[in-house]
Design a protein around this ligand. Structure first.
Ligand SMILES: NC(=O)c1ccc[n+]([C@@H]2O[C@H](COP(=O)([O-])OP(=O)(O)OC[C@H]3O[C@@H](n4cnc5c(N)ncnc54)[C@H](O)[C@@H]3O)[C@@H](O)[C@H]2O)c1
Length: 419
């Protein structure tokens, strides 16, 4: 089998760009493709459009060395890695981006090429993608579509990196590789061997697709348990943070931390892919999603009670919201329960909303351009000004806010920072 000299990465976002850059850093010639012209222009200048530690320097080096080049059109390569979005709409995965990426590589495919789908996908997606490619390129033989030997290898390989540690985890994490056939898994293994030091675990394509969904559902169910506990404890007058700390002293108990809900592009979305694939059977997974999705409404009730209390006492309340990102120390607002809470409070129009978000230069989403919502630069000043302080995201920089700074204020601490 020939060497993988040129690799085309399709979709240069949180997953595709670091993958392209790490491959280039290993001396492989990488063509990065994105439909967003601004993204392409920026990368070709050696700059990045996302926040990820050290990614800027590695990208600049890869571009300078001539090993990474971005473009809006797919070019011929030895391997294609697809990392485009797979959002969830109307009760099912929206595979339009995967379909478009598939259609874009079909014309340039040649005998011996490898195609790997990395986008989080429902079981069966990679097989459908292969059939689609086979229909678009009847001159090539595809695995499990043609009988016998194949011209193209196709595999699914999910990504499990932690934002903030992507460049480390991309290299060190173990990877699950599910080829359409065992020969496809082996060919895909060659690709990941270029930069992965973790174990490369080969399996069937559907198992690999399901593995990613399972990992995130496992996390979601665990967080739902903690979130449900937090609501129960509130009712029973028990400090949930202390309770969890104590329970976790049991050698075989490890309860996760409650919060204002679950956000992000993965944990809040992927379990629905399983529910959609097996609705009758996914009872626990569905309930966990519902528990976590219900948590922002619970937090809002508490904020509403504090606002009503302050108004009854004659004040036009100022509510300081600490954090909007979906989790600490990232600039990612996708599916963020904190943002959802902030937008709901802004709609009440009965209080001034002071927002602290060290990772935003302007207010995201529906919060932009509202007179009664303000993004402050100093968290300490916002807290000093506010009647009500809501801890939504425990960004590291908030460590500067001590309990003493909150004296005389109503506190709603969804993260247990001051509890
Ligand atoms: N972000 C994460 O932490 C993470 C972790 C694991 C898995 N994933 C999965 O990886 C996939 C990609 O996620 P992401 O966070 O990198 O998304 P993203 O939105 O950051 O980036 C996707 C990029 O793909 C581009 N794109 C869309 N359609 C295209 C097309 N047809 N051709 C070329 N480019 C196209 C978009 O312009 C965008 O720049 C998703 O399925 C996601 O669920 C993400």
């Amino acid at each position: 089998m020939s060497k993988l000299n040129t690799i085309c990465v399709i979709g240069l976002g949180y997953i595709g760009l670091p993958t392209a850059v790490v491959l280039a850093s290993r001396g492989v010639s990488v063509v990065g493709v994105d439909i967003n012209k601004d993204v392409v222009t920026k990368i070709n200048r050696g700059e990045i459009h996302i926040v990820e530690p050290d990614l800027d320097a590695v990208t600049a080096r890869a571009v300078q060395n001539g090993l990474l080049r971005a473009t809006t059109t797919v070019e011929a390569a030895d391997a294609f890695v697809i990392a485009v979005p797979t959002p969830f709409h109307d009760g099912k995965a929206d595979l339009a981006y995967v379909d478009a990426a598939t259609a874009s590589i079909a014309p340039v495919l040649k005998k011996g090429d490898l195609v790997v789908l990395e986008s989080t996908s429902p079981p069966g997606t990679t097989e459908s993608m292969t059939k689609r490619l086979a229909a678009l390129r009847p001159d090539l033989r595809f695995p499990n579509v043609a009988n016998g030997a194949c011209d193209i290898h196709v595999a699914y390989c999910p990504e499990r990196v932690l934002p903030g540690r992507v460049l480390i985890e991309l290299v060190e994490n173990d990877r699950v590789i599910g080829g359409i056939t065992p020969a496809c898994s082996e060919r895909a293994e060659e690709l990941y061997r270029i930069f992965c030091t973790g174990s490369l675990l080969k399996t069937g394509v559907r198992t690999a697709e399901m593995c990613k969904l399972t990992e995130n559902s496992f996390r979601d169910v665990g967080i739902a348990f903690a979130n449900e506990l937090s609501v129960i404890c509130e009712k029973l007058g028990i400090n949930v943070w202390e309770l969890i700390r104590l329970a976790n002293h049991h050698p075989r108990v490890n309860i996760l931390q409650p919060g204002p809900g679950v956000g992000g592009h993965c944990i809040a979305v992927d379990p629905w892919f399983i529910v959609a694939a097996a609705p009758e059977e996914s009872r626990l997974i569905r309930t966990a999603r519902e528990v976590n999705d219900g948590k922002p409404a619970h937090v809002l009730e508490k904020i509403k009670a504090a606002v009503d209390g302050a108004r009854a006492a004659g004040a036009k309340p100022k509510v300081a919201l600490l954090g909007l990102a979906f989790k600490p120390d990232v600039d990612d607002f996708r599916e963020s329960p904190a943002l959802q809470i902030a937008e709901a409070i802004a709609e009440w129009n009965n209080c001034e909303v002071l927002v602290s978000e060290p990772h935003a230069v302007r207010l995201p989403g529906k919060l932009a351009d509202l007179n009664h919502v303000r993004l402050g630069s100093s968290t300490r000043d916002l807290v000093a000004e506010a009647h009500i302080v809501v801890m939504l995201v425990n960004h590291r920089s908030y460590n500067e806010i001590q309990r003493a700074d909150l004296s005389g204020k109503a506190i709603i601490d969804t993260r247990g920072v001051w509890s």
